[in-house]
Design a protein around this ligand. Structure first.
Ligand SMILES: [Zn+2]
Length: 201
């Protein structure tokens, strides 16, 4: 595998996967406190960038430690911006089955800013990515706004095949277990949606 001339964090976002970073299956990962998670080799800059794929471990670290997905450096509370987050009522996430892990004292009409799997960026990194990335430039949903000072992290579960139990003489049915894939980030705006009347009414 050849080292790329593209520079990680400059030409290619820090969080992007490379062809030189194969999946390593499932195992305990320090990025989520040792919980079972999707693992991936860490060789950024090896091979070719896979722009549409976040690296499993770097993605989780970016959300856990508020690292800018573009440059990989920490963002401060004064310089945290999101390009794609959209406001959503907590009750909507719960109705869609994505809100099981929201704090129970968060009322259904509380407005969250759902950033999906994308941690906030530095303002300079937002501007640079909008200037150079043709995909972002053409996206009508781009809406640059400040990321709230408080947030919650929700694990996005993935299904993973359990390791085969080689010591058994006869085959057992394939078993699957839920493990952590990416982390989802929701900012807490402290605002309420006065129009919230329930998810399906
Ligand atoms: Zn940055």
């Amino acid at each position: 595998m050849k080292a790329s001339s593209l520079k990680v964090g400059v030409d290619v976002p820090w969080v992007t996967s490379w062809t030189g970073e194969p999946s390593l299956g499932v195992g305990p990962c320090p990025s989520v406190g040792g919980a079972p998670a999707i693992l991936q080799a860490g060789n950024p800059g090896q091979g070719k960038p896979l722009y549409s794929q976040n690296h499993a471990v770097r993605q989780r670290l970016s959300v856990r430690d508020m690292l800018c997905p573009m440059c990989g450096r920490p963002t401060s509370a004064q310089d945290r911006w999101t390009q794609v987050a959209h406001p959503v009522a907590a009750g909507r996430l719960r109705a869609d089955g994505r809100g099981n892990r929201l704090p129970t004292d968060l009322t259904d009409d509380a407005i969250l800013v759902d950033a999906g799997a994308i941690a906030p960026l530095h303002r300079a990194c937002v501007d640079r990515s909008l200037r150079y990335c043709p995909h972002l430039k053409a996206d009508p949903h781009i809406d640059v706004r400040r990321f709230p000072e408080r947030w919650i992290v929700l694990p996005l579960m993935a299904r993973a095949e359990a390791a085969p139990q080689l010591f058994l003489a006869r085959p057992t049915p394939a078993r699957t277990a839920a493990v952590i894939g990416f982390l989802q980030l929701c900012g807490l705006t402290g605002e309420r949606d006065p129009a919230w009347r329930g998810a399906d009414r």
